[in-house]
Design a protein around this ligand. Structure first.
Ligand SMILES: Cc1cc2nc3c(=O)[nH]c(=O)nc-3n(C[C@H](O)[C@H](O)[C@H](O)COP(=O)(O)O)c2cc1C
Length: 173
């Protein structure tokens, strides 16, 4: 099995999903902020995790920078965000952040994240309060003001199932 899990996060939700995925599939795990990834060329299945902050994927620049290496591999991208169930927002995130080849050929999973107001930097708390002010839906507005935690292990089930499916049928990992 030649897979690898790579992620970049800020407050722990993406890291938690990445750890669960790596553990379930017995794959090496790399934090883009802390480790140099020396195994990218030798791996044929790359699972990449990133949260969305103000519409932007934290791994956006890295994806474009490493396009040459990633293009001929199987890519599974898990995107952790507050709007995981919103199809229109999903499309926007894909359109604004992913290189065309990845949007077309990669597998993309949106996973619900968390916001712990006490842990946010002053700036991030300010940004989320601004976003809450513009939110029309009162339930969503409340969640943005108070914070929320929707991170659950069961959300990785589809991704795990699909990776195992490839492993068994196409022998790509
Ligand atoms: C300042 C701020 C901005 C955010 N912007 C967005 C956004 O534009 N779209 C979205 O769906 N979620 C947004 N979120 C929710 C985050 O994607 C979510 O909290 C995620 O779990 C963060 O992952 P992390 O804990 O790995 O950093 C935002 C959260 C914060 C604190």
């Amino acid at each position: 099995m030649k897979g690898i899990v790579i992620y970049k996060g800020k407050y722990g939700a993406t890291a938690q999903y990445a750890e669960w995925i790596a553990e379930a599939l017995y794959l090496p795990l790399y934090d883009l902020d802390k480790q140099f990834i020396d195994q990218l060329e030798t791996r044929d299945t790359i699972i990449i995790g990133s949260p969305v902050y103000v519409g932007k994927l934290l791994v956006k620049n890295w994806l474009f920078k490493n396009a040459r290496l990633l293009k001929n591999k199987k890519i599974l991208l898990f995107i952790v965000c507050g709007a995981a169930g919103d199809k229109i927002k999903q499309e926007q995130v894909i359109k604004q952040n992913l290189p065309g080849w990845l949007a077309k050929s990669g597998e993309i999973y949106f996973l619900p994240g968390k916001v712990d107001m006490k842990k946010l930097s002053w700036w991030d708390r300010f940004l989320i309060r601004m976003a809450a002010m513009m939110q029309k839906d009162p339930t969503k507005r409340q969640a943005m003001r108070r914070g929320y935690d929707a991170v659950k292990r069961e959300h990785i089930n589809d991704l795990i199932k699909n990776v195992l499916h490839y492993a068994n049928t196409e022998k790509v990992i």
